[in-house]
Ligand binder design. Structure first.
Ligand SMILES: [Zn+2]
Length: 417
């Protein structure tokens, strides 16, 4: 078999891979390391062979990680319990911070939970059948060496997940003299702390402006016409009223005339009561449906405007949600950094497009279109698909926007080629 093309070592690096594993997994590590060196030409730092004698272990680890392009962690239960392995994970995080890109490649050996430090990174699942671990590692190394060879393996060190609700604006309805009056206000119980004070303040400012706009919208100022409950009640009262109004004069008339036969009653009641009630009810239903859709549309317009203005700068997605139990509207402000997804889209688009501006524009368009078309799904969050590889640190391991866009991105590729 031909050897795959060797990967040039970046400036200042002596090894492709630093291998981190515990004593119990030594045998497995050795086999993997042999394969990586022989089959893929990757230079591995294997501590048993390569550590400098006479230097402390921690110094050896630090130097080794610094001189390696990527760090491979063989994760097992014993690995998680091992103090040295923990140290190596922390050093790996430091190295990633320094490089501003992820340099860690976790390999899951057993069906256990990933250590917290590695949970946000794509990993190689060696527990799956038929998986070629060394090939996966080789491909992960290619990124950085050549820009078209493999998808970026970006790490996001965020305290908050993509999709965490930061603020919730809820609708409060009060009934005054049988007429509902509504307003939006922040649900303080749902408030999420944001450690970046500047961002937190800006988000609050945005929420206040949004609240002002919502509360002066037609939907709120004329809420009674948008409330299904109110319209329903009004219709019932109207129906009863109309019937009695129509029936009373009819009865009076018939009593005076002295002709209360069944036939006369049927004839009169159908023309005076039933026909008008049906006509009026139909008209009323049409009005009702129109009001309710117009009402939510006006809200959606306001919210979409705020989303477009803020999703790139504040990294938040304000989205409209209707609680299923009642008809109450809610606006959730989700934490979402679409920039990482945009980077990913641009990366794949480079395969088909050449012009930088066009790549940028297309990536932005795709993301915006996706958010618009799936705004309800995003607002509900639970309805999103789950995904094993949590690329951009999404809340509850849901599929990231860029993961949803992958098929579109790749089908563009085949179309154009
Ligand atoms: Zn993404």
């Amino acid at each position: 078999m031909d050897l795959p093309p060797p990967i040039n070592l970046p400036y200042g690096k002596d090894y492709h891979l630093f291998m981190s594993f515990c004593k119990e997994d030594e045998e497995r590590a050795f086999l993997l390391f042999k394969e990586l060196e022989e089959k893929y030409n990757l230079k591995c730092l294997y501590h048993i062979r390569d550590f400098t004698p006479g230097v402390t272990v921690t110094d050896n680890i630090l130097n080794g990680i610094e001189k390696s392009m990527k760090i491979v962690y063989l994760v097992s239960q014993k690995f998680k319990e091992n103090f040295m392995c923990k140290t190596e994970m922390l050093y790996g995080i430091m190295a990633s911070h320094k490089l501003c890109e992820n340099s860690m490649i976790p390999v899951l050996l057993e069906n256990i939970e990933m250590p917290r430090e590695l949970q946000t990174i794509n990993y190689v699942d060696a527990t799956l059948e038929g998986i070629d671990v060394s090939e996966k590692i080789y491909k992960a190394c290619l990124f950085g060496a050549s820009t078209t060879s493999i998808l970026p393996n970006v790490i996001t060190f965020q305290e908050l997940f993509n999709g965490t609700p930061l603020r919730v604006l809820k609708m409060v309805v009060k009934w005054k003299r049988c007429i509902p009056v509504a307003c939006f206000e922040e649900d303080l119980e749902m408030r999420m702390d944001i450690s970046d004070e500047d961002r937190s303040r800006k988000i609050d400012d945005m929420c206040n402006a949004l609240l002002d706009d919502l509360n002066s919208s037609k939907f709120i100022t004329n809420y009674k016409l948008n409330s299904t409950k109110f319209l329903c009640r009004a219709w019932c009262i109207f129906l009863l009223g109309l019937t009695s109004l129509a029936v009373l004069p009819l009865l009076l008339y018939l009593i005076i005339e002295g002709d209360i036969s069944e036939q006369a009653l049927n004839g009169w009641s159908s023309s005076l009561v039933i026909v008008p009630i049906i006509t009026v009810s139909c008209g009323y239903c049409g009005f009702w449906i129109r009001q309710v859709t117009l009402g939510s549309k006006s809200l959606e317009r306001i919210i979409w405007k705020y989303l477009l203005n803020n999703y790139e700068t504040l990294k938040v997605l304000p989205l409209l949600k209707t609680t299923p139990e009642d008809e109450r509207k809610q606006i959730v402000i989700l934490n979402y950094d679409t920039e990482e997804c945009e980077k990913f889209c641009k990366f794949v688009l480079k395969n088909t497009l050449v012009d930088e501006n066009e790549i940028q524009r297309t990536a932005k368009e795709l993301i915006r279109k996706f958010i618009f078309e799936n705004r309800e799904k995003l607002a509900m969050w639970n309805d999103l698909e789950e995904y094993k590889y949590n690329r951009h640190n999404t809340f509850m391991q849901k599929k990231c926007i860029c993961q949803y866009l992958e098929p579109t991105l790749y089908s563009r590729k085949t179309e154009n080629v």
